[in-house]
Design a protein around this ligand. Structure first.
Ligand SMILES: *Cc1c(COP(=O)(O)O)cnc(C)c1O
Length: 369
């Protein structure tokens, strides 16, 4: 594909950092993991960041750290990567889906309010594609109903709502998987302002050990390695520049596709700072060709695209039939899953590439300028 939907884009300093770790003999969790935690905590404006082996592990550990009674219910989005729901079930919690909004693709506070029941203990919004959910409304619901707030910010590192970062409203969970805005190949981060929760998480990721052979809780090994941290650290120096490149690409796509009928374009909502992990359009039912035909036509032009995500999680039988998962009616999410399509927006996409994407989309949708 001439213009892939995602590409790993590492700054020059990474090779040197990784070599330094290889030569140091300290390959497992050490000073570089600590440096990564401290830098991200500083950027997020939170007291603690705990690094773990991947984003799913971050979600499981964050949910377990709440120490909720087994079978407590988490209200979350059905339109997300499966890890969000896997993590709830793995942490011994039940799931109830609420519907999402078309403007931010995230939990709709009205639908969440209707979903909250006597067993609900936690809200788990997913900040999809790099923009936060409506955090002020969700936090206010959480405080009214005495619920915990865990944020799946895997796609939204340094996204903001007002002047507060994603992951700083509740317990934040981030992924450093290869396709994310910041990557260590595999990796995860948990953010919290709560000293006790952070101490619990540090013990949990390391077999429940608080000191060598002093085990205080049932933990596991989900540590990050210094090799992984060495891959991620230099990317923080260019993170803002990369988001600026994503933003330029998003603005160019929005301008070039604004008048195309049958296409709904994504927008940065007022008061929010989008980090443009994905640029996701909706190919409406009245568009001249179907979404699948558009994908094929783009591929023939060398333009990669992706469906994130093709089905609601409740539509997978092993989840939808699981008695711990309450699926309910989520018509907005269903429509979005049927019509969404992500176009290349990452920093390796040049201005000429974006022009090519725009021309290809317009030609396919009969909107030749
Ligand atoms: C990537 C991702 C995860 C899981 O992260 P991993 O590092 O792959 O385990 C969870 N939720 C969302 C929304 C994601 O995009």
């Amino acid at each position: 594909m001439r213009i892939p939907i995602s590409a790993v884009h590492l700054p020059a300093g990474v090779e040197e950092e990784v070599l330094a770790v290889l030569r140091s003999g300290q390959l497992a969790q050490g000073a570089r993991v600590k440096a990564l935690e401290d830098r991200v905590a500083d950027l997020l404006g939170v007291a603690h960041v705990v690094a773990v082996s991947n984003g799913t592990a971050a979600l499981v550990a964050a949910l377990r750290s709440l120490r909720l009674p087994e079978g407590s219910e988490v209200v979350t989005s059905p339109f997300t990567f499966v890890a969000t729901v896997n993590a709830c079930l793995m942490a011994g919690l039940n799931v109830r889906f609420a519907d999402i909004r078309t403007d931010d693709f995230a939990l709709d506070p009205t639908s969440v309010a209707a979903a909250i029941g006597p067993q609900t203990r936690c809200l788990l919004p997913v900040h999809l594609y790099g923009q936060t959910a409506d955090l002020p409304a969700l936090r206010s619901l959480a405080s009214t109903h005495d619920l915990r707030l865990v944020e799946d910010a895997a796609q939204a590192l340094l996204a903001r709502h007002g002047d507060r970062m994603a992951g700083s409203w509740g317990t934040g969970c981030f992924s450093l998987y290869a396709t994310k805005n910041l990557t260590s190949g595999e990796g995860g981060l948990i953010s919290t302002d709560d000293d006790e929760q952070a101490a619990w998480l540090r013990a949990y990721r390391n077999q429940g050990m608080v000191e060598r052979y002093v085990y205080e809780l049932l933990g596991e090994n989900i540590r990050m390695t210094d090799l992984q941290a060495a891959v991620a650290l230099p990317q923080l120096d260019v993170y803002d520049a990369n988001v600026a490149a994503r933003r330029r690409n998003a603005e160019q796509l929005r301008a070039g596709l604004a008048d195309v009928e049958g296409l709904v374009l994504p927008a940065e909502l007022p008061g929010r700072h989008h980090v443009w992990h994905q640029f996701t359009v909706l190919v409406e039912d009245d568009a001249p060709i179907s979404r699948d035909e558009l994908i094929e036509s783009l591929a023939a032009d060398g333009v990669g695209s992706g469906i994130y995500y093709p089905r609601l999680l409740g539509d997978y039988p092993h989840l939808g039939n699981d008695p711990r998962v309450v699926v309910g009616e989520t018509p907005v999410a269903a429509r979005i899953a049927r019509t969404c399509l992500s176009l290349p927006v990452h920093p390796s996409v040049s201005e000429d590439d974006v022009d090519h994407v725009i021309r290809s989309v317009r030609r396919a949708l009969d909107a030749v300028a």
